[in-house]
Design a protein around this ligand. Structure first.
Ligand code: ATP
Ligand code: MG
Length: 559
């Protein structure tokens, strides 16, 4: 974890912990866990949970475990386990030697199943899945007891053992907790705690053909790990009575306490792992780390920093009721971080040739530019200036409206770090009529630092010397979805933004950028923040735009 972060912010989870520490409830211990199911890559919502769980442990000098909740064998893969570890570490957190798998506890969990049976608190049920649903009742009607509910302990122990030994087909029997079919809480109506499922598990292979249900495995895994505060999202609130019931029912002294918080919802962003996986598998995006994905790996590749994501998680806070966070806040956080860190440079994304007719053909000047306007420690660099430069196509208009303070026939602009130039002539493609070149003159007295360096003109443009230009591909991103709530409607793929990726292949960079390594950030003047993509090579530089410069969130706060 970054040393300079203090974890002094507080939230309602911390208030609960403070109270527990006062009363001595958990002996003053704070031990949390982050329990991902390895069925997909982590996303920005998980980052909230990671920051909360690991951050709380740091704040209280406690511990946080990484636990793979791998009770569902058919959906889990080693690739996900690896990516989850990489992402948690990248975010800046450390589980030390406390990496666990719920599957490590399968033997113990089976024993707890037997223990419940022996205490008369569980039974083997032969109803079909559909019958179990039918018997369950509704929110307004009580459920009906299973005809198998009163089997003897001996018969239940025997059947459960034979379930484990593979004597029965998949789905033919389940183990259920014996609680209360009349409970107003549906989760307490004799919930299924074990099922028969022949599926190869990524860690236990074919050893087991019965698997514990999440609601059974989770509290008991928490107890086995000595967890004190089991923080989860709000949809588990109704499961808490079952969580507590199971802890009471088995013989284990640890009493972790479940605390629910509101999950992160982000505008324009879909966070269901199942649907994110579909986007990958059906080729709507290039992979889990496609820079348009809300996954940690996608955000990383896009150029987000761990500091910005942690700052975001800090700012959104932790609440008890669901809400939607504006995506612009996430962008605001990365802008704030990169504004401090990123070196400035000039890049022309859509080049237009400018010939400075009164500049000598054989001269190259080395102009000095600061790498960061507020941070002299980042030093200076040299930028070559010569007779032919490129500017941005959008920075010229032949027939401009009144307040167009960029280049136009007869108009002057300053080239950043260089001279004032004036546009005299426009050269067009004979067949298409497109503007392909500008003929300009420069005023030699207006060089930065020169006699007339203070002469004011309204516009300042970025530019790159043609003879020294480095070519690059630049990828610009927009929201992956057009709709603020992408999951509305029947088919979320109908909300996909067809223009979420724009690839510009003819971009031109100043030569100082040629050597940049993958992951290095820049602010390209007037264009936003960029990062070198992992597709980049010395032969072909590739950049992603992390975010543009316009901060709609900051504007909103001021307005
Ligand atoms: P899905 O239902 O899409 O599979 P999940 O919530 O089940 O996602 P898990 O891998 O079980 O995903 O999540 C691990 C932890 O991260 C859980 O404690 C879960 O509550 C938390 N988490 C998941 N999504 C969010 C979110 N959007 N905001 C905050 N916490 C989240
Ligand atoms: Mg889950």
């Amino acid at each position: 974890m970054a040393e300079n972060e203090t974890y002094t912010t507080t939230n309602f989870v911390h208030s609960i912990i403070d109270e527990d520490n006062r009363s001595g409830k958990h002996g003053g211990r704070v031990h949390t866990r982050f329990p991902p199911e390895p069925n997909g890559y982590l996303h920005i919502g998980h980052a909230k949970s990671i920051c909360l769980n690991f951050g709380t442990a740091i704040k209280y000098g406690g511990l946080c475990n990484l636990r793979f909740d791998d009770t569902n064998p058919s959906k889990e893969e080693v690739e996900y386990v690896d990516s989850i570890q990489e992402d948690v570490k990248w975010l800046g957190f450390d589980w030390d030697n406390r990496k666990f798998y719920a599957s490590n506890y399968f033997d113990q969990l089976y024993q707890y199943g037997v223990e419940l049976i022996k205490a008369g608190k569980a039974f083997v049920c032969d109803l079909t899945a559909q019958e179990i649903r039918d018997y369950r009742g509704t929110l307004t009607e009580p459920g009906k007891e299973s005809p198998y509910r009163n089997r003897s302990v001996e018969e239940n122990v025997d059947l459960f053992n034979r379930m484990k030994n593979g004597e029965f087909p998949d789905g033919s029997r389940v183990l259920r907790a014996k609680i209360d079919m009349g409970s107003p809480n549906l989760n307490m109506r004799d919930p299924v705690i074990y099922r028969i499922l022949r599926a190869t598990h990524h860690r236990t292979g074919d050893k087991w053909c019965i698997y514990p249900m999440y609601d059974f495995a989770h509290p008991l895994s928490d107890a086995l790990e000595g967890i004190t505060h089991s923080v989860c999202t709000l949809e588990f609130e109704d499961h808490r009575p079952l969580y507590d019931w199971l802890l009471e029912a088995v013989n284990h002294e640890c009493r972790p306490q479940q605390i629910e918080f509101a999950r992160l919802n982000l505008s324009y962003t879909m966070m269901s792992k199942r649907k994110l996986r579909a986007l990958v598998e059906e080729g709507y995006v290039a992979g889990w780390d496609d820079p348009r994905m809300p996954t940690i790996s996608g955000l990383r590749r896009r150029g987000f920093t761990p500091e910005a994501i942690r700052d975001f998680c800090d700012r959104i806070g932790v609440a008890k009721s669901n809400s939607v966070v504006d995506y612009a806040l996430l962008e605001h956080c990365i802008r704030e971080d990169l504004n401090v860190k990123a070196r400035r440079a000039m890049a022309v994304l859509k080049p237009l040739k400018v010939v400075i007719e009164n500049y000598p053909e054989d001269v190259v000047e080395e102009l000095v530019a600061e790498n960061h306007p507020e941070n002299p420690e980042l030093g200076n660099r040299k930028i070559p200036f010569s007779r032919v430069v490129y500017i941005e196509q959008d920075d010229f208009m032949e027939d401009p409206p009144k307040k167009f303070f960029r280049l136009a026939p007869g108009q002057e602009v300053r080239l950043k770090h260089a001279y004032i130039i004036k546009c005299n002539d426009v050269i067009k493609d004979e067949t298409t009529g497109a503007v392909i070149e500008l003929r300009c003159t420069y005023d030699p007295e207006t060089k930065s630092g020169g006699a007339l360096s203070g002469r004011k003109v309204k516009g300042t443009l970025h530019w790159v010397s043609a003879a020294h230009a480095v070519k690059a591909e630049v990828r610009l991103y927009d929201q992956l979805f057009l709709s603020e709530d992408p999951e509305t409607g029947e088919d979320y793929t109908a909300n996909l933004n067809p223009d979420s990726l724009t690839t510009l292949t003819e971009c031109i960079l100043e030569p100082s950028i040629a050597e940049a390594n993958v992951g290095l950030h820049f602010q390209f003047l007037r264009q936003g923040y960029f990062v070198v993509d992992r597709d980049s090579s010395p032969e072909k530089l590739v950049f992603n735009r992390v975010v543009g410069l316009r901060d709609s969130w900051a504007k909103l706060q001021k307005g």
